[in-house]
Design a protein around this ligand. Structure first.
Ligand SMILES: Cc1cc2nc3c(=O)[nH]c(=O)nc-3n(C[C@H](O)[C@H](O)[C@H](O)COP(=O)(O)OP(=O)(O)OC[C@H]3O[C@@H](n4cnc5c(N)ncnc54)[C@H](O)[C@@H]3O)c2cc1C
Length: 624
């Protein structure tokens, strides 16, 4: 039925990015989905971004991915989180109109040259000479491919749990993926069960808004995509309410009817998105849990109750939702549920997301044991890029932990592994002051331009904004103001006065001064983009901290650049502990840096390894 360079199984957040990247790099690409209604579907929270996740979206955008552009087209409320803290954790989060998000992404897919989409359930991976070579669908269609990417999310062996009721299904009542798991197992790819859950959707007309606390979006909205300046206005509000002792009591009295506590659900759930019954069980002393009521879109009355996922029976759900202020008359339009699904062990993947077990077979998204739209999209993009580069016979594209949150995400998955759905957090990134959401283009766009993904337009925009930023930083460092000019301003913001001329940059380092309020004493200020303004502010204000972190990265890069040949027999390396030899032999790390992050490998083991490497370099057994 067809020959392709890249075939992508799945059209979720991972599948879309995994298909767009190779197509944009000029390769023939086919994306398949059990149903095309699942294209960029948001089966859980109607939002993109948030702490750590916002960073991923900016990085996906800087690399030439689609998620940032798509949410700028379909957001209905936007907020910058953590603004009271330092710039490393400032995180953009936008509420999406789910239907519009899906429609816009589908349009982009349909209008992308080299990219074909088909509705079909993939049931088998074809093999040739021990390598993946295509797929077979449930209707018997065969599509040959040089590389295959699996991004099947929560559909793979999906099973739904609502109280005592359990049945095979994908999310949102969609068809489940029945056969592919067996095909993967036959190829020797071990699968395991993870689970996640979602809250009920409530009819907005049944809510009492005056009993909840309104949550407005930001006045000044900033774009997710580097390609945008202004993206429009907030169109909706959200609301805050809380559970109470009555809610907790209803749930506690029905623990025995939750599939989670009866042991019916085997799969491991996300620690950072626990169900309400887990929260009440785990935090017994907590009097109330906060809930956000979030509209799912402009053309629906469905409301998402964030913080209230559950697998309790519907009658119990109705009772506990109606015990909450503002939800007294709540009408459930879609019940909360838990879904269990098959996923692989991410330790079976290379840093390119290619399988270590089957060549030319890549995995991305929830299937790798992660949780979240943003985590899925980031992996999809990297799998798509690396599958394309493999077809082109070019060097793989790897981002390390000092270059991107995407690098942290993938390294955590393929080097440390995960025993529960993995979500990104800023605390996972050692070098987060350098991995801010405002400098993603600086860190990544040129790299993506060089591999043929970032467009000329995006690259030129990056160069222009970079030049503007550098010029403006230089201007502030070379422009001085007199005490007469500066002191009234400094007094007005509660900052100490000056007694001699100071540069604008040195004033900007003061806690009370921002690039925005400095305009009061800065008459020469040029018009520059939002993206430049943020960078000027941060690079001057945190100059010292940034320089310190750059030093730490130099050390990290040293170990990361010590490559390890794949044919080393670690069992022969004397002085290494047996556990370390076995682990290194099983894992075959790419570098000394990666070796140091494998669980069970100690700093002492790394020192012994470095000694062996030195010996090998001076005429040892392996070519180093
Ligand atoms: C109930 C539920 C709760 C969630 N809770 C959370 C949460 O608490 N926190 C959080 O961060 N995220 C949560 N998520 C979001 C989760 O991260 C998403 O599921 C995210 O969409 C994963 O993206 P993905 O691309 O990996 O997979 P999905 O978006 O699930 O997309 C999978 C795609 O693969 C296709 N597919 C599957 N099998 C086949 C096949 N055999 N042949 C052809 N096509 C196939 C499907 O049609 C679909 O297009 C939840 C999801 C669900 C369903």
């Amino acid at each position: 039925m067809g020959e392709y360079d890249v075939v992508v199984v799945g059209a979720g957040h991972a599948g879309c990015e995994a298909a767009l990247a190779p197509a944009r790099m000029g390769l023939s690409t086919l994306m398949l989905s059990i149903t095309l209604e699942a294209i960029a579907m948001m089966p859980c929270n109607p939002s993109i971004g948030g702490t750590g996740k916002g960073h991923l979206v900016r990085e996906i955008d800087a690399l030439g991915g689609e998620m940032g552009i798509n949410i700028d087209k379909s957001f209905i409320q936007s907020k910058m989180l953590n603004t009271a803290k330092g710039p490393a954790v400032h995180s953009l989060r936008a509420q999406a109109d789910k239907e519009l998000y899906h429609t816009e992404m589908k349009k982009t897919i349909e209008n992308t040259p080299n990219l074909h989409m088909k509705q079909a359930e993939v049931m088998e991976i074809l093999m040739e000479n021990g390598k993946a070579s295509g797929i077979v669908t449930r209707t018997g269609a065969i599509y040959n491919a040089k590389t295959v990417i699996i991004a099947t999310g929560t559909f793979l062996g999906g099973r739904i749990f609502i109280g005592e009721s359990a049945y095979d299904s994908g999310p949102n009542g969609m068809a489940v993926s029945v056969y592919l798991s067996d095909s993967l197992k036959k190829l020797g790819i071990p699968l395991r069960r993870f689970k996640t859950g979602t809250p009920a959707r409530i009819d907005g007309k049944s809510l009492n808004y005056d009993k909840m606390i309104v949550q407005h979006g930001d006045e000044n909205i900033v774009p997710f995509s580097f390609m945008n300046e202004n993206t429009g206005e907030n169109k909706i509000d959200c609301w805050l309410t809380y559970t109470n002792e009555v809610t907790h009591d209803i749930i506690r009295r029905n623990f025995h009817r939750s599939a989670l506590f009866t042991g019916e659900i085997e799969g491991v759930g996300p620690r950072y998105c626990p169900s309400i019954e887990t929260k009440i069980d785990r935090f017994k002393d907590k009097e109330r849990h906060q809930l956000f009521v979030e509209p799912e879109g402009l053309s629906t009355d469905e409301m998402y109750i964030q913080g209230m996922s559950s697998s309790l029976p519907e009658d119990v759900q109705t009772a506990f939702y109606r015990s909450i202020a503002g939800l007294e008359n709540a009408e459930i339009v879609r019940p909360a549920y838990a879904i269990e699904y098959d996923c692989i062990n991410s330790l079976d993947l290379k840093t390119t997301l290619e399988s270590k077990i089957i060549e030319n077979l890549y995995f991305a998204g929830q299937t790798n044991g992660s949780s979240g739209y943003e985590e899925a999209a980031a992996q999809g993009l990297m799998a798509g890029i690396n599958a394309a580069l493999k077809v082109k016979g070019e060097e793989p594209f790897i981002l390390d932990r000092s270059e991107a949150y995407i690098g942290v995400l993938i390294d955590d998955l393929v080097t440390k592994g995960t025993d529960e759905p993995y979500r990104i957090m800023t605390s996972r990134a050692e070098y987060r002051l350098l991995l801010r959401q405002d400098n993603a283009a600086d860190r990544l766009t040129e790299k993506s331009y060089k591999i043929g993904l970032a467009t000329e337009e995006r690259y030129q925009r990056y160069i222009n904004i970079k030049n503007d930023t550098e010029k403006e930083i230089a201007r502030l460092n070379n422009t001085s103001v007199s005490p007469e000019t500066a002191n009234p301003f400094l007094k007005s913001i509660g900052s100490a006065s000056i007694d001699k001329k100071e540069t604008l940059a040195s004033l900007l380092k003061r806690p009370q001064v921002t690039y925005d309020n400095l305009v009061e004493i800065d008459n020469e200020r040029p018009q520059i983009s939002y993206h430049s303004r943020v960078q000027v502010h941060v690079n001057i204000k945190y100059e010292g901290y940034i320089a310190k972190q750059l030093k730490q990265i130099e050390k990290f890069k040293k170990l990361e650049s010590r490559r390890l040949p794949k044919d080393i027999n670690y069992m022969e390396l004397e002085g290494l502990r047996l556990e370390a030899r076995e682990k290194l032999n099983a894992f075959k790390p790419d570098s000394v840096g990666q070796a140091s992050r494998i669980s069970g490998i100690s700093p002492a083991d790394i020192n012994v390894l470095l000694v062996h490497l030195e010996r090998m370099r001076h005429g040892g057994k392996y070519n180093l």
